[in-house]
Design a protein around this ligand. Structure first.
Ligand SMILES: [Zn+2]
Length: 334
């Protein structure tokens, strides 16, 4: 059999590509600028419905626009606006930020990867050691800055994913995942074409987990961690399996909105949706001391650059992800 050069080229496209080399990388200073802005005392903890939270949404949308994402709401706006009642039955206005990067492959572009993080936090509360501003640096200015950086990196010509990517900064997470739930009820993409959600939380702290390790919440119920392990760039990060954090954190962020559906009184696994975190130390979370100067921006940049390459790689391959429903049922019984 003789293959023409063109046929060989087509065959090469059809197999999982070798781990690509990135040229544009994100710098620690870019991440630091964004985290210091979002988690500054002036932002007053980005409480849902506050002017500061709406201001944070504007800041994120400016980066999305600057990166070259397409506005996902009516082709003109990055804001998905909605209202909910808070605990005191007062109506508050919230705002998700959503942008689109269309895939480069004419067939695969009809499938979607959702890259997300929540940007709200809990505001001003009970003072601890005289500090009442809950800055929410690692929860979740770092995850938000990760998504902003990924928008900047994946729009570079050499990184452009073959599948389409939806970038989302969710509001309302701290008050019950309102933002991602609103999105699921009012999706801007065909939700049956959503193949994977990578949600980012706490990507600025590294001391306890170990060098170049990150957690994929829910890794006990899926083969997704095996797929991720096949991506081997020059500066690889590995999936941690020794973490102290219980797998219950799988239920604690916006990935849960997509990962589960209720079937009568049963909870069933749905779309492959995971949160990626780089720490198993939850002691900093929801405290006024969760501040931007505690983050490690050099390690964070390394992780974000790895994640960008991972997403480009995942967006080009077969992307078959299975749930281990038996393991999930066992976990629910505990
Ligand atoms: Zn969080």
């Amino acid at each position: 059999m003789k293959l023409s050069v063109f046929a060989l080229f087509i065959l090469m496209l059809a197999v999982q590509p070798a781990s690509p080399q990135q040229t544009r990388t994100i710098t620690p200073d870019e991440l630091k600028t964004w985290v210091y802005y979002l988690a500054s005392d002036e932002m007053k903890g980005r409480r849902n419905g506050s002017p500061e939270m709406l201001q944070a949404a504007q800041y994120i949308s400016d980066v999305f626009r600057g990166a070259g994402l397409r506005p996902a709401v009516g082709d003109t706006s990055f804001f998905q606006e909605y209202s909910v009642k808070d605990r005191n039955n007062v109506t508050i206005h919230e705002r998700n930020v959503v942008g689109i990067l269309e895939g480069t492959n004419p067939v695969l572009k009809n499938e979607w990867i959702l890259v997300s993080a929540h940007f709200d936090h809990v505001g001003i509360r009970q003072p601890v050691d005289g500090d009442s501003i809950y800055n929410g640096a690692d929860d979740n200015a770092t995850g938000t800055a990760t998504v902003m950086a990924l928008a900047r990196l994946l729009t570079q010509p050499e990184n452009r994913p073959q599948r389409s990517v939806l970038f989302a900064a969710w509001s309302g997470e701290e008050s019950g995942m309102n933002g991602s739930r609103w999105f699921l009820g009012h999706p801007v993409i065909p939700i049956e074409q959503l193949k994977l959600n990578l949600n980012f939380e706490m990507t600025g702290e590294f001391k306890t987990l170990g060098d170049h390790l990150f957690i994929i919440t829910g890794y006990l119920f899926t083969d997704f961690d095996d797929l991720v392990g096949k991506y081997t760039p020059a500066d690889p990060w590995k999936v941690a399996t020794q973490m102290q954090t219980p797998p219950g954190v799988f239920f604690a962020s916006d990935n849960a909105t997509f990962a589960f559906k209720r079937n009568g009184d049963k909870t069933e696994l749905n779309i492959p949706a995971f949160t990626l975190v780089t720490t198993d130390d939850m002691n900093l979370i929801h405290k006024p001391s969760d501040e931007p100067e505690k983050m490690d921006y050099v390690n964070m940049a390394s992780f974000v650059n790895y994640a960008a390459g991972l997403i480009t790689w995942l967006a080009a391959g077969e992307l078959k992800i299975s749930w281990d429903r038996g393991a999930f049922e066992e976990f629910l019984k505990k």
